[in-house]
Design a protein around this ligand. Structure first.
Ligand code: SAH
Length: 353
């Protein structure tokens, strides 16, 4: 029988679970606090619970804790890139970025990804599996334990498509932002999606106030389809309607991510089309110079092209930022560290070491 994943449970669910074990409901608060506030890594640490209860818990339930495999620290900007091993042996990556406004953690939502975006390293081997809420939380918890610094922002922009793991994502957000845990403000959480329109609408109706980032990457379906297979399933009109609905329901400003790829989506005709597409939309554009991966031949746009693109959008009333490239010296792009780690592991296995 599969053991209960305690760290993915709400306080109410824990209460029910413990009362079924014959325990007093207030124990749920203590257990919740040990897991989500004190960030305990073992039942042994939970000294306010009796030893027999801790033993019974360890028999019927698991306390999900990720195992740190390695951390790489950027010499340029102090960005820390972590590789964690899950209980089933899979590895995932998470990133800590230090900004003047606080520490931001980029969380993975799946092992691999099945969306197939052409420029992205996370999707090259497809989807292995989705992460549980506790596995997403633990990425943030491990980084707090490691740095002993508070995390103030969380972006779900690591490997995986968060809206392809919908229930676990929403559970994760509630546990991360709820009282009695890290209690991170929902306004400081961003969910980035490649544009699964029905799930965007569903998220709008959850009563959450997290920021939605749409990976746009092109101002029309023709160019978008060459970069993102998901564009075949959901055309831009449908995706943008869902985004507008999200903005209306939540009152949150939207973010549009646009990775600039030389000669593919970075000329002024595209800037013009983008400005027209986003006219009157409550949001801003975040330009990302594409981070080239070895398996694809995409090339980063030149400085001048990026500047011209930005200037055009600004002149036409669109708010624009250019994403600072964090941790470029440490395999900063999505899925690159994990990929190089897995390749090394495979080579070592083949060599019998
Ligand atoms: N699946 C989600 C979140 C993961 S990726 C999504 O699609 O939004 C986070 C962002 O980084 C997305 O905008 C994604 O398109 C972009 N991205 C992925 N690989 C990249 C690369 N090599 N260079 C630039 N941007 C990349």
């Amino acid at each position: 029988m599969e053991k209960t994943d305690l760290k993915s449970m709400t306080k109410e669910e824990l209460s029910r679970f413990l009362s079924e074990m014959g325990e007093k409901p207030f124990r749920a608060n203590q257990l919740y606090q040990w897991m989500h506030e004190k960030l305990a890594v073992s039942f042994d640490e939970m000294t306010s619970l009796s030893r027999p209860l801790r033993e019974r818990l360890s028999e019927s339930a698991v306390l999900t804790v990720l195992e740190p495999v390695c951390v790489r620290v950027s010499g340029i900007d102090g960005t820390r890139k972590y590789l964690f091993r899950l209980a089933d042996g899979n590895v995932i990556e998470s990133v800590l970025m230090r900004y003047h406004h606080g520490n931001s953690v980029c969380v993975s939502s799946q092992v691999g990804c099945r969306m197939g975006c052409r420029f992205c390293a996370s999707t090259l081997d497809g989807l292995t599996r989705s992460l549980t809420a506790s596995e997403m939380l633990e990425q943030v918890y491990q980084i707090e334990r490691d740095t002993k610094e508070r995390v103030s922002n969380v972006v779900v922009m690591g490997s995986g498509e968060p809206l392809d793991n919908y229930e676990n994502l929403v559970r994760f957000i509630r546990l991360l932002t709820g009282e009695g845990g890290l209690h991170i403000s929902q306004r400081s959480v961003t969910v980035s999606t490649c544009g699964l329109a029905p799930q965007i609408r569903r998220l709008a109706d959850e009563g959450l106030s997290v920021t939605l980032a749409l990976s746009l990457h092109a101002p029309n379906d023709a160019v978008r389809r060459t970069l993102m297979p998901v564009a075949d399933a959901y055309p831009l009109t449908e995706v943008l309607d869902a985004c507008r609905y999200y903005a209306e329901k939540t009152g949150r400003r939207l973010t549009f991510e646009y990775s600039l790829v030389r000669g593919v989506n970075d000329n002024l005709a595209e800037a013009r089309a983008l400005a027209a597409l986003l006219k009157g939309v409550h949001g801003h554009v975040n330009l990302i110079p594409v981070n080239p991966i070895r398996e694809r031949s995409y090339v980063q746009s030149g400085r001048a092209a990026i500047e011209a693109f930005r200037a055009y959008l600004e002149e036409h009333g669109i708010n624009v930022t250019i994403r600072r490239e964090m941790g470029r010296d440490i395999d900063g792009a999505c899925g690159q560290l994990r990929k190089s780690y897995l390749e090394r592991e495979k080579k070592e296995e083949a060599a019998g070491t």
